[in-house]
Design a protein. Structure first.
Length: 128
């Protein structure tokens, strides 16, 4: 499973590293410790927290089209030929349909980082 350092998690959530540390210290966000003592956040825990933190009614505020929105994959639904991928990018929840083959090639799964690239009416999902 993919893990994130405090600063990486903060960037994906759109908050400061201090905020993420406080969330971990308060038990609102799960973190493990590496052998070195550094705190790391499991991707699935970060994805679940991102989903709870950002409500759909906040999405879309202050953003224009043609953006690259880095975020974390919060859900992947695989069909026979297509996949529905949900990304939480700061306060934005992005849902995109991609081919199943693309989702598998990009190894899109719960908790991995991804970038939603918005161009006109299309959204392209990339791995950073």
């Amino acid at each position: 499973m993919h893990t994130y350092r405090i600063g990486e998690a903060a960037a994906l959530l759109g908050v400061s590293a201090d905020t993420v540390r406080r969330l971990v210290d308060s038990g609102k966000l799960h973190a493990d410790r590496e052998e070195s003592g550094r705190r790391i956040i499991p991707g699935a825990a970060l994805a679940a927290f991102a989903r709870r933190m950002h409500r759909p009614d906040r999405a879309g505020a202050g953003s224009s089209a043609r953006n690259r929105l880095p975020g974390i994959v919060t859900e992947v639904r695989l069909g026979d030929v297509s996949a529905q991928v949900e990304i939480q990018a700061g306060p934005f929840r992005v849902v995109s349909l991609v081919s199943r083959e693309s989702a598998e090639e990009l190894a899109l799964e719960l908790g991995v980082p991804a970038v939603a690239v918005i161009k006109s009416t299309n959204v392209v999902v990339e791995r950073p």
